[in-house]
Ligand binder design. Sequence first.
Ligand code: IMP
Length: 428
Amino acid sequence: MKGKAEVIIGAQWGDEGKGRIVDALADRVEVVVRYQGGANAGHTVIVEGEKHVFHLLPSGMLYPGKTCVIGNGVVVDPDQFLSEIGELRERRKDKARLVISESAHVVMPYHKIIDEAEEKRRSKGRKIGTTKRGIGPCYADKVNRIGIRVGDLLAADTLREKVIENLEIKNLLLTRIFNEAPIPFEEQMEKALAWGQQMSPYIGDGAAIVNDALDKGRGVLFEGAQGTLLDVDHGTYPFVTSSSASAGGACIGSGVGPTRIDRVLGVAKAYCTRVGEGPFPTEELGAVGERLREAGGEYGATTGRPRRCGWLDMVALRYAVRVNGLGGIALTKLDVLTGLDRLQVCTGYECEGKLYDILPPRLPGAENLVLHYETLPGWSEDLSGCRKIEELPVAARNYVQFIEEKCGVPVVLIGVGSGREQTILSGL
Ligand code: IMP
């Protein structure tokens, strides 16, 4: 892996365990870069029994000697950033060097208020179930070219102009449309200047760091947040997040060219989960869903919401292989399936007589969808101590092989527990 640029993305609806995969692979690289999303993410890493949940910081932060970059494509909530880095410092775990791109956009307090207010106004069936972290409104301002960037926090005059420009509109929106209190200019300005002061040691040229490392033949991991099916272009729109969560986002969000990427690794759970609203064809609303949720601890790392759970969906996974150009799959939480007699895997969708083995651009409504499942035998053995593929029970190995055959790419890493060491590297 030395000298390689590898993108790690979520191959489902997020929460696949990307944090632990990045943590497991970070050892081999010099730089870890987050390139999209914001504090809506929740990447959990458990090292020596100690749990760390990162919302904004890259999951490589626990390694001494690494450089972690928050790329230009990320939207940064300064309060969240400062609290995360402060906590890490307190635990004496701020081992890596950290740089935030000056071109990353700032999530302002009004973004969070608008996010929540817009969600409240959406009618039933139109709600997205956002994390209320201000993600959509912040990206909207970025694309609308009125956003405030991290570098602006260091330039009082520019900052003043931008805060005035934004509050003029945002306060009208808050008071006249959403019935919320306006944000006083001086208060906001003071806060933003204080953010700049506290963040200044970290602010720099993220793209230069990533490109320099690649020029020198050093390894870089691009850490995706959310998942392919939440991608604003390629996901189940409009029930998506507002960034490019698929592999293409890595280039845009970090400032490297596509020709520099060597490989894309997709992280997929051995089953499926989704938080928030939107289509989820293999969702299990009964006992199986409940069993997966409890065994897998399927509660949101950011919002604490119970995740919707269901069987593995190969139609969606094949789509993720195509959209991201996956070279391999990291299969997480295989241990959660232990104890289930039979495992179902969805291998096709049927709609109005047409069979789909890969997700169509527009997903037909659940009422028009017939799902084709294949049933595989389960296993009862504890997997948590397995470190080699040969140590897995035959039924578990068959399950992994079935996935490889159905999606045409190798499973190169298997997670059998939440600890850093509970990983089977089968092809990396
Ligand atoms: P937003 O990103 O907060 O705007 O939320 C949009 C949708 O993406 C909602 O359904 C969220 O539940 C979902 N979402 C956002 N971030 C994550 C994540 O890190 N994991 C899983 N779902 C997420």
